[in-house]
Design a protein around this ligand. Structure first.
Ligand code: MRU
Length: 358
């Protein structure tokens, strides 16, 4: 399956080339394919904040490259580069609040700096560390795709309808995607009849990005309004809802795109299995439960405007862009280290301590 997945690789959204970061602008897809170049840590922080690049793993990878570019600038400025680099750490860490991968990647970069040997070139070290974070995310995607495929096949070995939310594909990661990587593998394994994708208001990551990625690979895909989900689960036989995660608390509660929680409640009501796919870099053991996860709220204009045109009255808005799905609504969390069925604090602990390898 690994080789077959590798052969399908088409979409790439992050390109590190000669010390510069090129990003496929995800705000314009699928109508326009425009690449934006970042030369500084501030450029990357702004690209993350403005959603040029999005998706938890992709944000982490870009922050790592951003920090390497920050170091290059600080070295050229002369003076105390370690002190000056703290400003880049801060800027990147403040770009978006929810995805654990962002803080995880910055931590990896900091730890690499702490391990510098006397005489070692810090820029070479940080660039290599960022590239390694990128490469390991791709590897994790491949492993998770296989674990997820096995779970789907174990349940039923024939083509079935799957449902996903937001975009968790090549655009959101360093490789094939998390939830969408599993769906890709399921398609290659002959297990997909149709993939139902919620629009994912207000940024439309589902209809603009996921549908585009799947269509490009010839995977049967059908877009629905987010509010059609209950009716869809009642009327079309869906066997799995498969989503990604921005952060997973120690007890297995999951922060993901707004609407994920509603889907999990609906899945429970309709007896549909609910799978979360995320690498262990999304797990935050410092937070006991989902209640502690900081949830981003974005500007109300995202709700009141369409394509920059006002389409609603000038009223107060509530625009949280993530929600928390409690662990007890989740059947299984798939990571590159193995799977946790009926997630709990003990299950997550066992996964990370390698006591329960897949
Ligand atoms: O606001 P976004 O588009 O960055 O939100 C993305 C999601 O919620 C994804 O489901 C999550 O980051 C996992 S991506 C592999």
């Amino acid at each position: 399956m690994r080789e077959r997945l590798l052969a399908t690789e088409k979409v790439k959204s992050i390109d590190w080339c000669e010390g510069r970061l090129r990003l496929l602008d995800q705000r314009r897809l699928p109508m326009q394919e425009i690449w934006q170049t970042c030369d500084t840590a501030a450029d990357v922080a702004s690209a993350i904040r403005e959603m040029v690049v999005r998706g938890a793993p992709a944000i982490g990878i870009c922050a790592a490259y951003g920090l390497a570019m920050g170091l290059r600038t600080r070295l050229a400025e002369g003076g105390d580069w370690r002190l000056a680099l703290e400003e880049d750490f801060r800027l990147l860490a403040e770009s978006r609040p929810t995805a654990a991968n962002l803080f995880w990647a910055l931590r990896q970069m900091r730890e690499r700096l702490e391990r510098l040997k006397p005489g070692e070139d810090p820029l070479v070290a940080l660039e290599a560390q960022a590239a390694s974070i990128h490469a390991s995310d791709r590897e994790a995607n491949l492993t998770m795709a296989q674990f997820g495929l096995e779970l789907i096949r174990k349940h039923r070995g024939s083509p079935q309808n799957l449902l996903t939310h937001c975009n968790t594909g090549a655009l959101a990661s360093g490789g094939f995607g998390t939830a969408l990587g599993v769906i890709r593998a399921a398609h290659l394994g002959g297990l997909v009849e149709c993939v139902y994708v919620g629009e994912t208001r207000p940024w439309l990551q589902g209809s603009r990005l996921t549908a585009w990625e799947l269509q490009g690979e010839g995977v049967p895909v059908c877009v629905h309004a987010d509010s059609a989900a209950a009716h869809l689960l009642k009327t079309r036989a869906i066997s799995w809802i498969i989503v990604g995660a921005d952060r997973i608390a120690a007890n297995g509660d999951v922060a993901n795109k707004i609407g994920t929680y509603s889907l999990a409640v609906l899945a429970m009501h309709h007896g549909v299995r609910f799978m979360v796919v995320a690498s262990t870099s999304a797990i935050d053991l410092t937070l006991e439960s989902g209640d502690d996860i900081p949830l981003e709220e974005r500007a109300g204009t995202e709700l009141l405007e369409v394509n920059g045109q006002r389409c609603a009255a000038d009223v107060e808005t509530f625009n949280p862009v993530f929600d928390i799905t409690p662990a007890d609504l989740i059947d299984v969390i798939v990571t590159e280290k193995g799977v946790v069925e009926r997630p709990s604090t003990a299950g997550i602990e066992a996964l990370l301590s390698h006591r329960r390898l897949h």
